[in-house]
Design a protein around this ligand. Structure first.
Ligand SMILES: [Zn+2]
Length: 274
């Protein structure tokens, strides 16, 4: 049996396998735009300001240093699909609490594998606190993690009504992106089809909610909640005029100019340093 799709506004015919591959490579949003003639406007995206935090070509290690604090979020799913996600977030020790994702891992792991993999990543970054989604798997995972490493600090996070809450839920993440409180390293910026875990997470964030899987978005939210518990962030000082040495370049937040440096500035400086 041969199946073909007829694409509107396109005279060519594509096999189901071709389309499936394209969709996997492009992601749901780009596929919808390119192959299904469905435009997804920025207004439909939950994180329209995510892009402005991306630092093209930067590796996580370029943007954080040892004295930073590290927290993590863990989204759990069953073994059936590659939907368990760990995201480790660096938080600057200064008053701004700048957030830099440094490690993202997806897996279809069993409980024991999760425990081993997660405990290793948490130790590697000296993570001080991990928020774990509260679901049926949570109790077992926490027990196994504690067996792997009794020094890990773990707590649960329950998602339900709070997911869409503008102050606490996912929309509040975009407010942090808008204030440029995040720096998103994107070492594979020039390879938009990259399927590595970090790039997969970036695609989920860029396209949410027009995505097939949102495990990375959830893990990011849990990690941010752990970061919030470290203390006040940028919002408390955004009205003050000050300069801060950040990574390898200087940037400033000026009174009344929320986005006082543009993405172009960051890119230009990053490129000059290479
Ligand atoms: Zn990549």
């Amino acid at each position: 049996m041969s199946l073909t799709f007829y694409i509107p506004n396109d005279s060519s015919r594509h096999s189901v396998e071709f389309l499936r591959r394209k969709r996997a490579v492009l992601g749901a949003r780009a596929f919808a735009r390119g192959f299904q003639q469905k435009a997804i406007s920025d207004a439909e995206l939950l994180f329209p300001h995510f892009e402005s935090c991306i630092v093209p070509g930067a590796a996580p290690e370029d943007l954080v240093s040892r004295e930073w604090l590290f927290v993590a979020g863990l989204d759990l799913s069953g073994q059936g699909r590659r939907g368990t996600c760990l995201l480790v977030l660096g938080v600057s020790p200064g008053a701004k609490r700048i957030r830099v994702p440094v490690d993202v891992q997806f897996g279809a792991w069993s409980g024991q594998q999760i425990a081993r993999q997660v405990a290793y990543a948490l130790r590697r970054w000296n993570v001080r606190h991990t928020k774990i989604e509260t679901n049926a798997l949570q109790g077992t995972i926490i027990e196994m993690l504690e067996l792997e490493d009794p020094t890990l600090e773990l707590s649960g996070f329950t998602t339900s009504w709070n997911k869409r809450d503008p102050e606490l839920g996912l929309p509040s993440l975009d407010r942090e992106f808008e204030r440029l409180q995040w720096r998103i390293p994107h070492p594979h910026y020039d390879t938009p089809d990259c399927q590595c875990d970090f790039c997969t997470w970036i695609r989920q964030m860029r396209n949410y909610p027009a995505v097939d899987n949102s495990d990375g978005v959830m893990a990011c939210w849990f990690a941010r909640e752990a970061a919030v518990e470290l203390g006040p962030g940028l919002e408390d000082i955004v009205d003050t005029e000050e300069e801060e040495e950040f990574g390898q370049w200087r940037w400033s937040v000026r009174r009344g100019e929320r986005n006082s440096w543009s993405l172009g500035t960051v890119r230009e400086r990053t490129w000059r340093l290479r």
